[in-house]
Write a protein that binds this ligand. Structure first.
Ligand SMILES: Nc1ncnc2c1ncn2[C@@H]1O[C@H](COP(=O)(O)OP(=O)(O)O)[C@@H](O)[C@H]1O
Ligand SMILES: [Mg+2]
Length: 271
């Protein structure tokens, strides 16, 4: 790791599990920051699914009038040796982040739903780490094991340990401490009891794993249907630029947008 403090704020979306909402939250955050006029760049480390870069490509193709976002998809190494390939991929990411943070206020990294040396480096390079969790004890187990009744923490997970190592790497490199934020995603109104129990367990876990548990997003169709157009909730009901056709805003969309704003504001990003 470099000892030179980066100028831009690096935000990494990570969870070793797929489908928890990393790319969806990442794209909404970057559009929000971009709409506020900030210089934002994105790095899509999920070179197989490429959800984030595909989203932005759709945005560029169908709404070229909207402010664009620079997105880089670093390729995987083709070296045969696993350790040499990992080293090459990490060196490439290190240089990329160093370059992008030098001239962007925010750099957003979207990780794949699996563990790899490159994802671990993306965690260590982050000022803010965001982990979306689905509303289930299965997802919660990724942070730590909890007792079935009182939900006291029994044991921390490999993932929590990986984040601990990322914190140590930053401390050794004399970089500012990372802020680990956990947000629940796809909350449903139907299962209030489960919601309360997961909430209780997360309250217990946050002190043990040193994360901040912040309000997340409800399960809403709108997060799924806008992908082909490249639009986000934040583009509905008018656009910062004239001449762009966007779907009509409903009251449900308004509620969703407020929820999204609450989530983004809870990230406490530097202004
Ligand atoms: N709050 C939400 N409500 C409804 N669907 C969602 C929500 N968040 C994500 N999704 C959907 O869940 C799936 C997985 O989301 P994605 O962001 O691709 O997760 P990840 O990047 O963690 O694999 C996608 O189909 C996405 O559209
Ligand atoms: Mg993804």
């Amino acid at each position: 790791m470099t000892n030179a403090p980066p100028t831009g704020h690096c935000i990494t979306f990570v969870n070793e599990k797929g489908g928890t909402g990393k790319s969806t939250l990442a794209v909404h955050l970057l559009v929000s920051l971009r709409n506020q006029g900030h210089a934002v760049a994105a790095i899509d480390l999920d070179s197989r699914q490429r959800t984030l870069s595909r989203y932005l490509e759709n945005r560029q193709q169908h709404h070229p009038q909207l402010a664009g976002v620079e997105v880089v998809v670093p390729p995987l190494s083709e070296l045969d040796s696993r350790s040499a390939a990992a080293e090459q991929e990490c060196e490439q990411l290190r240089q990329l982040v160093q370059g992008l943070t030098a001239n962007h206020a925010y750099v957003i990294i979207d990780c794949p739903g699996s563990d790899s040396p490159r994802s671990r480096l993306a965690m260590a390079l982050a000022n803010t780490l965001v982990t979306p969790l689905n509303d289930s004890f299965v997802d919660l187990d990724l942070l730590g094991q909890v007792e079935p009744e009182a939900h006291q923490v029994k044991q921390l997970s490999f993932f929590a340990d990986t984040i601990w190592q990322a914190r140590q790497q930053r401390a050794l490199a004399k970089l500012p401490a990372l802020d680990w934020v956990v947000a629940r995603n796809r909350l449903t109104m139907l299962d209030a009891r489960n919601k309360r129990r997961v909430n209780e367990a997360l309250e217990n876990l946050q002190g043990r794993v040193a994360c901040r548990y912040v309000p997340g997003l409800a399960e809403r169709v709108i997060y799924r249907e806008l992908f082909p157009s490249g639009l986000t909730l934040l583009d509905l009901g008018g656009s910062p630029l004239a001449g762009v056709t966007v779907p009509k805003m409903t009251t449900s969309h308004l509620a969703a947008r407020q929820e999204l704003r609450n989530f983004i504001s809870a990230l406490n990003l530097p202004a």
